[in-house]
Design a protein around this ligand. Structure first.
Ligand code: FAD
Length: 512
């Protein structure tokens, strides 16, 4: 049966016979889910970035790990087929695509699993790799009053998609990235084996798959740590004119003990003008608290900095207790007097804040524009240089979207995972989240990103791309540095024919 798949794939008339072939393949694979022809305009040929498009051969909607295993084994029986797991396709650079290969739509497995359990006295939830984090949130909070500890800002991303990268947000300084908050995975390897792995059981596969860019296996189930969910969040923004003061406070906050700091710490750069997207209005949390630039010192430059903070609380907490806790924390900070904005929102409302931005952007017709995004991790030792050159010069007029910057702690990341990080204990995530109208300006924005990366390399900055995308093997080797040999070994062990995640362009499919 699998041989039949190879024949079909290599038939030069394949296009004309595709409909017949689809049913032949469906039968030969004995799929419980479904399969359809790849389509240049279908979901598997696009992603959120809107920069690349390729035509897959087939789009498969599996019912679970068994289906995925069959597809991978079928691909292995051919000389050149590849398989890409597609989470929610929110990559920027075609990472979830397979040119002429099989794309597995993990969303069809989103409802699988969802079992609450207690491991060593702590609550955990088993969820599908294809589940959206927003669904995990809604179900965990509404059914159990519990929630995962570490998030991404935006939750219409799949569990498997973010775990294949890292998954970071304003809780990561305390709990580490999402990859530090799972205790067990079920993975379909590049050999088609369905394997359960954890720190103690098949640890090489477990740590390899976490941050592994989909190179070693397709995550079909993850066991995620939970904690009691708060009811409410005090969401606060404070503004700085000086980068040194912003970073001093940000680094202080992420280094404090749990009960002596905020529950969430992020930050962003914005333009010192009244532009509605890039400037002062982008800071406002509450329409009643308008940004008053008269508070800014004369020395303020072309860009300003905002720390975004949050304190969790319960409905049963006295308002005065919450106010006192917030005042104590905010009181120690050196932001510009008068430039503070705050609002109380439900915990779910806080975590779903980018969903509301998505709805607005969809209504304005800009959500589907191309997104030439650049995400970097930059070491604390180089962040002042980065600010001086990139924020204060290269992007000082804004990028038509958020420019995030906040510190993270390397000690909260497990060095056994596949994620590549800068050397220092404190490093910053920098995210240039550009929304570009379709047309020639997109190429320009991509070129600007390239310039920034080239500058980082030329100046010898201690940095890594987050959600990396390189084309040349040399660049990948530089990215992984002394982890490259480990990565190659893991690839040889778990996906020796380089069938998986071809859109990352790290390894070429082999026939051995
Ligand atoms: P896809 O884009 O579909 O896939 C990404 C990669 O993972 C591909 O190589 C794919 O083959 C592989 N993959 C997918 N599913 C699996 C699986 N089950 N097993 C193995 N490999 C798999 N990231 C953050 O860390 N923090 C943020 O706050 C954040 N905010 C974002 C906001 C928006 C609006 C967007 C578009 C992205 C954001 N991201 C953020 C980036 C996001 O984490 C990555 O783009 C992630 O890969 C997207 O998840 P996805 O489910 O769409 O994965």
């Amino acid at each position: 049966m699998i041989a039949c798949l190879g024949r079909i794939v290599h038939d030069s008339d394949a296009e004309s016979k595709l409909d017949d072939d689809v049913s032949t393949i469906f039968n030969s694979l004995n799929l419980q889910g479904s399969i359809e022809n790849g389509d240049v305009s279908g979901i598997a040929s696009k992603d959120f970035g809107g920069l690349y498009s390729v035509k897959p051969l087939y789009l498969i909607r599996p019912s679970g790990a068994e289906d995925i295993s069959r597809v991978v084994k079928a691909a292995a029986g051919t000389p050149h087929q590849t398989v890409a797991a597609r989470g929610n396709g929110h990559s920027i650079n075609g990472q979830a695509m397979a040119d002429g290969g099989y794309v597995i739509d993990m969303r069809s497995t989103g409802e699988n699993h969802f079992n609450l359990l207690t491991v060593n006295g702590s609550p955990c939830i088993d969820v599908s790799g294809g589940a959206l984090w927003e669904d995990v949130l809604r179900r965990c909070v509404s059914r159990f009053g519990l929630a995962p500890r570490s998030w991404t800002d935006y939750l219409s991303l799949t569990v498997g998609g973010t775990l294949s990268n890292a998954g970071v947000s304003g809780q990561a300084f305390r709990y580490g990235p999402q990859t530090s908050n799972v205790t067990e995975l079920e993975v379909v390897t590049g050999k088609g084996d369905i394997t359960v792995c954890s720190e103690t059981q098949n640890p090489e596969l477990f740590f390899g798959a976490l941050g592994g860019l989909g190179q070693f296996g397709i995550i079909t189930r993850a066991r995620v740590k939970l904690q009691p969910a708060p009811d409410m969040v005090r969401w606060i923004r404070v503004v700085y004119a000086e980068f040194e003061e912003f970073t001093r406070d940000a680094e202080f906050l992420v280094s404090q003990k749990e009960d002596e700091s905020f529950d969430y710490v992020e930050g962003f750069v914005f333009c010192n003008n009244d532009d509605p997207v890039n400037g002062w209005p982008s800071v406002q949390l509450n329409p009643d608290q308008e940004f008053n630039p008269a508070h800014l010192p004369q020395t303020a430059g072309p860009v300003l900095y905002c720390l975004e903070l949050a304190v969790h609380y319960r409905n049963s907490d006295q308002p005065s207790t919450v106010d006192m806790a917030v005042s104590r924390l905010v009181g120690g900070l050196g932001f510009v007097d008068g430039l503070i904005s705050q609002v109380d929102v439900s915990y779910m409302g806080f975590l779903l804040r980018v969903k509301r931005a998505e709805q607005d952007a969809k209504a304005n017709g800009v959500w589907d524009n191309p997104h030439p995004w650049l995400n970097l991790f930059v070491s604390k030792s180089d962040i002042v240089d980065f600010d001086r050159t990139v924020f204060k010069k290269m992007v000082k007029n804004g990028i038509g979207g958020p420019m995030l910057i906040y510190p993270l702690l390397r000690s909260k990341w497990d060095s056994r995972t596949s994620v590549a990080l800068p050397e220092g204990e404190i490093f910053y995530i920098v995210a240039l989240l550009r929304f570009a109208p379709k047309g020639p300006s997109v190429e320009k924005k991509v070129a600007e990103n390239r310039e920034i990366v080239k500058w980082c390399i030329k100046e010898g900055l201690d940095f890594k791309l987050y959600l990396p995308h390189y084309r040349a093997k040399e660049d990948w080797k530089r990215h992984f540095g002394n982890q490259w040999t480990r990565l190659e070994k893991r690839k040889a062990n778990f996906d020796p024919m380089a069938i998986l995640a071809p859109g990352q362009r790290i390894f070429k499919r082999t026939n051995q």
